[in-house]
Design a binder for this molecule. Structure first.
Ligand SMILES: *Cc1c(COP(=O)(O)O)cnc(C)c1O
Length: 261
C-alpha cells in the first residue's frame, strides 16, 4: 500500500496536503458506505496522529481536523499541552496502564482501549475528582493473537455488566484491531466477530451501557470494516503519511527543536 508523504510541518503547503489526503479518505469512506448500502453519516472518521509532529498537528487543525487519535498516553499528553490553545479533542486508542489513568482523565475526551476493571476503576476515580466524563469503548481481541490487547470475546458480556459501577465512564461500544494481513477473509472475520458480539450483547447490556458503536478499520482495511458495520474508523497513515519504523529510527521528533532535518 502506498501512503502520501509526511507533512511534518506547519505551513500552507502542509495544510493543503493534509486537506487533500483527508478529503480522499473521506471520499473512500463515503464510497464504502454507499457500496454497503449504508448512509455515509453513519461512519465517523477518527484521524490517528501518533508519531506525527506537533507543527503538522497545527497544519491538520487548519485543514479541518479537530479530533486526534493517539495510542500512547505520554505522547498524547505532550501534544495536548502543546496544542492547549486550540479547540481539539483527544482520543486515546491504545492500551493504558492503571498508573497513567490520571493523565487520561485530565485531557482525553475518549478512550477506546478499555480492557480491565482495574483501569475502569482508576479512570472513574480520577474522572470524578476532575469533574469530567469520558466516552469509552471496550477493546476486544478478535484475532486471538497473544500480541494484541483486549478482552477475549467470551469475556465481554461479563465485563460489560460491571461497567455501570463507574459513573464517569460513558460506554459507547466495542473496538478491535484485525489481524495484520492482506488476507481479506481473515481480516473481515475479525470485524464480523466484533459486530456479532455487539449485536448479541446490545439487548442485554445493563442500563446506561450503550453498545451502539463499532470502532474498527485502519488505513489498510477500513473499507472492509465499513462493509462489516464499522461506525468509527481510525485512520492514520492514509491522512498523515507513512509512519516511521516502529523503533523510531526515522521519527523526526514531536517538537521542531528535536527535528534533525
Ligand atoms: C496506529 C493505529 C491506527 C491507525 O493505523 P494506520 O495504519 O496509521 O491507519 C488505528 N488504531 C490503532 C489502535 C492504532 O494504534
Amino acid at each position: 500500500m502506498t501512503f502520501p508523504p509526511r507533512p511534518d510541518r506547519m505551513d500552507a503547503a502542509a495544510v493543503d496536503e493534509i486537506r487533500a489526503n483527508l478529503a480522499a479518505v473521506r471520499a473512500r469512506v463515503d464510497a464504502a458506505c454507499m457500496a454497503a448500502g449504508r448512509a455515509p453519516d453513519e461512519v465517523r472518521l477518527l484521524p490517528v496522529s501518533k508519531t506525527v509532529a506537533i507543527p503538522a498537528l497545527r497544519s491538520a487543525f487548519e485543514a479541518g481536523i479537530a479530533n486526534f487519535g493517539e495510542n500512547k498516553v505520554q505522547e498524547a499528553r505532550l501534544k495536548a499541552e502543546a496544542l492547549a490553545d486550540l479547540p481539539v479533542a483527544w482520543s486515546v486508542i491504545g492500551h493504558l496502564q492503571t498508573n497513567k489513568a490520571k493523565y487520561v482523565a485530565r485531557f482525553a475526551s475518549e478512550f477506546q482501549a478499555l480492557d480491565s476493571l482495574k483501569v475502569a476503576a482508576a479512570l472513574d476515580e480520577r474522572l470524578l475528582a476532575e469533574g469530567r466524563g469520558l466516552d469509552v469503548f471496550v477493546q476486544v481481541n478478535t484475532s486471538g493473537e497473544e500480541s494484541k490487547y483486549g478482552l477475549a470475546p467470551d469475556q465481554v458480556e461479563r465485563f460489560v455488566k460491571e461497567l455501570p459501577a463507574f459513573s464517569a465512564l460513558r460506554v459507547r461500544g466495542l473496538m478491535t484491531l484485525a489481524v495484520f494481513t492482506q488476507d481479506e477473509a481473515e481480516v473481515r472475520a475479525c470485524f464480523r466477530l466484533l459486530r456479532g458480539l455487539r449485536d448479541r450483547l446490545r439487548d442485554t447490556a445493563p442500563a446506561g451501557v450503550a453498545l451502539d458503536h463499532l470502532s474498527m478499520g485502519m488505513s489498510g482495511d477500513f473499507e472492509w470494516a465499513i462493509a462489516e458495520g464499522a461506525t468509527v474508523v481510525r485512520v492514520g497513515q492514509a491522512i498523515f503519511g507513512r509512519r516511521p519504523t516502529a523503533d523510531g529510527t526515522y521519527w523526526p521528533g514531536l517538537f521542531p527543536a528535536a527535528t534533525a532535518d
